[in-house]
Design a protein around this ligand. Structure first.
Ligand code: CMP
Length: 139
């Protein structure tokens, strides 16, 4: 079992609908630790940079529009196997396919407005954590 860090974002849909507290409580209840957290309204440049791997996808413009539509909460979650644990807690990208009681099943509206983001692998976790937080901000 490896101690890992992963980047989590509570997206603008979930913040707007008042689910921030419930989502944070769920991570803590599941045994993950929050080592950094910030509420921020992403600029277009910041959202495009974060999702650069999806630049050529058809949904990219809509994704950037959505992610800049209001404030989100970016966090670093830490714990044993935090990357896969967070992915289990979130559920499938499409809430219609997400298992019962996962965050996306509970709180997401559709595949685009899907409430939360989580890093999908150790290399992306490292890149994504570094995109938002410096080493000095990780507690
Ligand atoms: P996320 O885990 O943040 O990573 C990429 C995001 O693109 C994804 O969640 C969705 O919010 C968004 N997205 C929008 N449309 C699609 C789609 N058709 N397939 C996959 N991801 C999509």
């Amino acid at each position: 079992m490896a101690n890992e860090r992963t980047l989590s974002i509570i997206k603008p849909d979930a913040v707007r609908r008042g689910f921030t507290g419930e989502i944070i409580a769920r991570f803590l209840k599941e045994g993950l630790r929050i080592s950094a957290m910030r509420m921020m309204h992403l600029s277009r440049h910041q959202a495009e940079g974060f999702y650069a791997v999806h630049r050529d996808k058809s949904f990219f413009p809509a994704l950037v529009e959505f992610m800049t539509s209001g404030p989100c909460v970016v966090m670093v979650l830490e714990g044993e196997n935090a990357i896969s644990r967070n992915r289990e807690i979130m559920g499938a990208t499409d809430p219609a396919r997400a298992a019962a009681n996962t965050l996306r099943r509970l709180y997401a509206e559709n595949i685009e407005r899907n409430a939360v983001h989580g890093s999908d692998a150790p290399d992306t976790a490292r890149t994504e954590v570094g995109y938002f937080f410096s080493t000095l901000e990780l507690h």
